[in-house]
Ligand binder design. Structure first.
Ligand code: C2O
Ligand code: CU
Ligand code: CU
Length: 498
């Protein structure tokens, strides 16, 4: 794709030096104590006119101070880095005005939303610099934590890495009636986890090696809502956290520093049927979880993360064969939680959260197979980072790979013959996970999902229902949500037709 002069300038500004740095290098955020108050993205509730809620989003080329005295070139939406949290009401009509001033073409995709393909914001809904896009849709889904992000073909990794992402909170009547924390920024807080690598000039470093291309881009510093080394003062004894893994490639195993048990209450597509008591939760890129942590003991605690080894063999190959392995098993402190005075009652979570019927396997119209591949042979040797494919084909905007009939249910079988795990994501639907290699998933995976981890050598079966919205010309995407894999072609297109 030819770069316009403007977009070339944009890229230059993002990668070039901006400030001469004194003493700032690869500071380990986790070794610092105290840190900075957790930034809470501003929340947009929309302005009601003509029966619809209107939202305005402007993407721009900005600078952000993640570290004192250092300007990092970033993209932001209505701000310097990341975007506001959009609060949507189930059943309402939504109109969004998206303006693009980042200096190059982009898109904005509503990840997890069920909506018409023309409003999806995937690679076909391009917005040129200086132009705007006005999707409209009805919120036909249950309460959930979703997100939005750039989806420009071959540029998604770069654009999201520099800040084009934000959260969506859908609320509905059943969920607001539940006795759950729901005071945004107070006892109901968003946590957008993103690992980043800073160059010595303060700019983000993006993809500089074969390892970055093959394994996806990972960093050695953790940003939470764009905050390095974040802490949060909790005023309640129950804290709800809406966690988004907004990283390009890193998986996180999240725990608390004292090993405390917490309640997992929601997955990608909404509340689980009942809370699930756990000590750890794994999130792959694009996955979300809502959890409730009990702070009634009044003790400070930290959320911590480690990186599961999801790519053992690749890791070893990277180290051994090419000697460029980096970004291994970093541990991060995600967030220091400091309870303030005066909590007493212990934190109770409702025993029943939602009605979720078990997957119904009657009347399956079709079963489709998807095989993920990384072109480990020739492509890797050529040094291009391999040819990333699904069913042997790399993404082609002009090729519709699958055609689905509206009003039907299908089973999609995702196979991963590669040596690393891939988070597989499907637009338009919230699906159910039927099994992994024939085994029923654990309680955390029994709810609605739009992204699923497919481990090395594994086959995962998904149940999808295509309830409405048809468009014979405009496709939805399915892809690996390691953004460098997506950009390198591990993505396909499907239409839903009448
Ligand atoms: Cu989160 Cu196709 O996207
Ligand atoms: Cu999506
Ligand atoms: Cu992948």
């Amino acid at each position: 794709m030819a770069l316009t002069r403007r977009s070339a300038l944009g890229l230059l500004a993002l990668t070039g030096a901006t400030t001469a740095l004194s003493g700032y290098g690869r500071v380990r955020a986790k070794s610092q104590v105290g840190g900075q108050p957790l930034k809470i993205p501003h929340q947009l509730e929309g302005k009601m006119t003509d029966g619809a809620f209107h939202y305005d989003l402007t993407m721009g080329l900005k600078k952000t101070r993640f570290v004192q005295g250092v300007d990092t070139p970033t993209y932001g939406i209505n701000g310097n880095y990341l975007g506001p949290t959009l609060r949507l009401k189930a059943g309402s009509k939504v109109k969004i005005n998206v303006h693009n001033f980042i200096g190059s073409v982009s898109t904005l995709h509503w990840h997890g939303m069920h909506l018409p393909a023309s409003a999806d914001g995937g690679p076909h809904q391009m917005i040129k610099h200086g132009a705007s896009w006005h999707p409209e849709f009805e919120v036909r889904q249950q309460a959930s934590t979703l997100w939005y992000h750039a989806h420009q073909v071959h540029q998604t990794g770069f654009q999201v890495y520099h800040g084009l992402a934000g959260l969506i909170i859908v609320e509905d009547e059943q969920s607001t009636a539940l006795d759950l924390p729901q005071d945004y920024g107070v006892d109901d807080i968003p946590l957008i986890l993103q690992d980043r690598r800073f160059g010595s000039n303060g700019a983000f470093e993006y993809v500089s090696s074969m390892h970055d291309r093959m394994m996806g881009m990972s960093g050695d510093q953790l940003l939470v809502n764009g905050t390095l080394n974040a802490h949060f003062v909790a005023k309640s004894n129950r804290l709800r956290m809406r966690i988004l893994n907004g990283s390009n490639a890193r998986f996180y195993d999240l725990t608390f520093s004292d090993g405390r048990v917490f309640q997992h209450i929601a997955s990608d597509g909404g509340l689980l049927e009942r809370p699930n008591s756990v000590r750890a939760i794994r999130l792959a890129p694009a996955e979300r979880a809502e959890i409730i942590v009990d702070l009634s003991d009044g003790k400070p605690v930290a959320m911590t993360s480690s990186t599961p080894s999801t790519g053992g063999m690749m890791g070893r190959m990277g180290r051994g064969m090419m000697g460029m392995f980096r970004g291994g098993n970093e541990d991060f402190k995600v967030l220091d939680i400091l309870p303030d005075e005066g909590r007493r009652a212990s934190a109770i979570v409702p025993g029943k959260l939602a009605d979720i019927a078990p997957p119904n396997l009657e009347h399956i119209a079709k079963t489709r197979n998807f095989v993920l591949d990384m072109g480990m042979g020739m492509g890797m040797m050529r040094g291009g980072g391999g040819q990333m494919t699904i069913n042997g084909k790399s993404m082609d905007m002009n090729r519709i790979d699958e055609v689905v009939r509206v009003g039907t249910k299908e089973i999609w079988q995702i196979q991963n013959p590669t040596p690393i795990a891939h988070p597989f994501h499907i637009h338009d639907v919230q699906f159910r996970i039927l099994d992994r290699d024939g085994k029923t998933p654990g309680p955390s995976e029994l709810g609605y999902k739009d992204t699923v981890i497919v481990n090395p050598g594994e086959q995962v079966r998904l149940l999808l229902e295509f309830a409405d919205y048809t468009d014979p010309d405009r496709p939805y995407m399915y892809h690996c949500h390691i953004l460098e894999h997506e950009d390198a072609g591990m993505m396909g297109q499907f239409t839903v037709v009448a």
